[in-house]
Design a protein around this ligand. Structure first.
Ligand code: FAD
Length: 485
């Protein structure tokens, strides 16, 4: 949590309260000594919670070991004093993310339509000194939109030809996996600004720069998320809805149903396994179980000690699975002033530090404050990481003022969250396979090894990198274990 210091978060001038105490002390004390269970689940993000909950419903004895002192993983909600909430991690849900909607309903949660009270702002592709205003209709045209449309169509067409279960069987898989998305853009898109905007949009899926992800992995992600419209549209796409109360409370409700099965503050260091089962070691507790579901990001799964070692493909693939990089910025204002100007708070800028923004306001009955979210993606996050926080904040607010007017300069609150410095995440939104790794390691990314199952959003072939994908991966592992009896 970069600049969201404990002082700021827990009081002392801030209106935000992280978790609002819902993580609760009930399961906070790790039990000591050796425990036994049918299944040991590692990680209490959405994947681990979904796996554990479905297994518990099927009558299995489950123990969940979670490194942090809270559940939710990359879902973390700060409740605002006086009403409203801010999601520092995942916040949106949209059509075809059926498993997330189902879990929200099952836990008694509610969604609301993301605020959309005007036009979006985008840096002009032809005259980069100007910003243009865009309606939400996909038929909107603007200078350079023909080039953007052609780029979108080419990516979508390639994505449609990919089997999300087996991207490596595409006839040109090897060549496409060798070619970075940046190379593909240079070969297929003549306009530099269109390449810049396309790179920004790509960044918003995996938070990889176009130079570090292959066009095969990129097209796979697009295919697994049902195409670019489903990914990027606010109405009908992945940003369509938000959750009343934020995303973390749903994870907390699942955790409440699991009760004392969850052990917080229990980082898993080592797994000793054989075909008969495994013993999972944390600092103060070890769990002997018939099956283990590892629900942590792949690079962290690779950092656990295994005895004996998994096959070399599994060991190697976790070394080619970095997390992306994005800093999520939250600015809280007395009111959503941009709406008065006919703007919906959405913006895209392929030259600026803040690549994208969104109005993250909550329904008025909870709070009338203006909540603006900004994303500093990959290259820009790297470039600005060394700046003093105050300098970066000044830069961000100046960019907001350029897009939305001078009121942007005076937020009541300003917070940044950099997940790359969080020990138990180390980057976001998600991980991605580096060029060559998809064709080299194929299904090693998710093939079970003896009693060990690999879940987590990165392993899902439907909505990978989203909460929906995390839930699906956990439910899939639970189903595989149930099928074994
Ligand atoms: C800034 C940001 C914005 C996002 N926006 C959206 C969005 O709008 N919509 C959406 O659907 N998704 C979004 N995502 C992605 C979404 O949050 C993730 O895909 C999802 O939460 C991942 O869930 P998971 O269970 O797979 O992994 P995680 O949430 O990472 O859970 C893994 C858990 O394992 C724990 N752990 C790690 N190592 C160990 C260990 N050795 N021992 C024990 N425990 C361990 C971690 O503490 C963590 O709790 C966003 C993510 C971020 C960070």
């Amino acid at each position: 949590m970069a600049k969201v210091s404990r002082r700021l978060v827990l009081g002392g001038g801030s209106a935000l309260l992280v978790g609002a105490g819902l993580d609760g002390p009930a399961h906070a004390a790790p039990m000591r000594g050796r425990q036994t269970a049918d299944v040991c689940v590692i990680g209490a993000g959405y994947a681990g919670l979904a796996a554990a909950y479905r297994l518990k419903q099927a009558g299995a004895k489950v123990i969940v070991l979670e490194a942090r002192n809270r559940v939710g993983g990359r879902s973390l909600t700060a409740q605002m004093k006086g009403g409203g909430w801010v999601d520092y991690g995942g916040q949106w849900v949209g059509p075809t993310q059926d498993r997330f909607y189902a879990l929200i309903k099952e836990m008694g949660g509610e969604t609301y339509a993301s605020p959309d009270f005007g036009k979006a702002v985008q840096r002009d592709l032809i005259n980069p000194k100007e910003f243009i205003r865009l309606g939400s209709e996909v038929t909107d045209t603007y200078p350079g939109s023909d080039m953007m449309d052609a780029m979108f169509t080419a990516v979508d067409d390639l994505a449609k030809a990919i089997d999300p279960e087996k991207p490596w069987v595409h006839p040109d898989a090897a060549a496409l996996d060798r070619m970075t998305f940046a190379e593909w853009l240079r070969a297929n898109v003549s306009n530099e600004n269109v390449r810049g905007l396309a790179g920004n949009l790509v960044a918003s899926v995996a938070c990889a720069s176009p130079e570090e992800i292959s066009i095969l992995q990129m097209a796979y992600l697009v295919r697994a998320c049902n195409g670019l419209d489903k990914l990027f549209a606010s109405d009908g796409g992945a940003q369509q809805d938000r959750l009343i109360g934020g995303t973390q409370p749903i994870a907390q409700k699942v955790a409440q149903k699991l009760g004392s099965a969850i052990r917080l503050g229990a980082p898993v260091r080592k797994i000793k396994w054989s075909d008969k089962g495994a013993v999972v070691f944390s600092d103060e507790i070890s769990v002997a179980a018939r099956h283990v579901v590892v629900c942590v990001p792949p690079h962290l799964a690779g950092a656990i000690e295994y005895d004996p070692s998994p096959p070399s493909d599994r060991v190697q693939v976790t070394q080619r699975w970095p997390q992306g990089l994005v800093v999520k910025v939250q600015m809280v204002y007395a009111e959503p002033y941009w709406r008065e100007a006919g703007l919906n708070g959405a913006s895209l800028d392929y030259q600026a530090v803040v690549g994208e923004t969104a109005d993250s306001g909550v329904p008025e009955q909870y709070s009338k404050k203006g909540i603006m979210t900004g994303f500093i993606y990959s290259e820009q996050a790297r470039k600005t990481a060394s700046l003093a926080p105050a300098e970066r904040q000044k830069m961000v607010l100046a960019e907001m003022a350029e897009r939305f007017g001078p009121k942007a300069l005076n937020p009541l609150e300003y917070h940044e969250m950099n997940w790359s410095t969080q020990q138990w995440t180390r980057g976001c939104f998600t991980g991605f396979l580096t060029p060559g790794a998809t064709t080299m390691f194929r299904s090693a990314v998710r093939d079970p090894v003896g009693p060990l199952y690999w879940a987590g959003t990165e392993t899902s072939t439907v909505w990978p990198s989203f909460i929906d994908g995390a839930i699906r991966s956990g439910e899939l592992a639970a189903g595989q274990i149930k099928a074994k009896g």
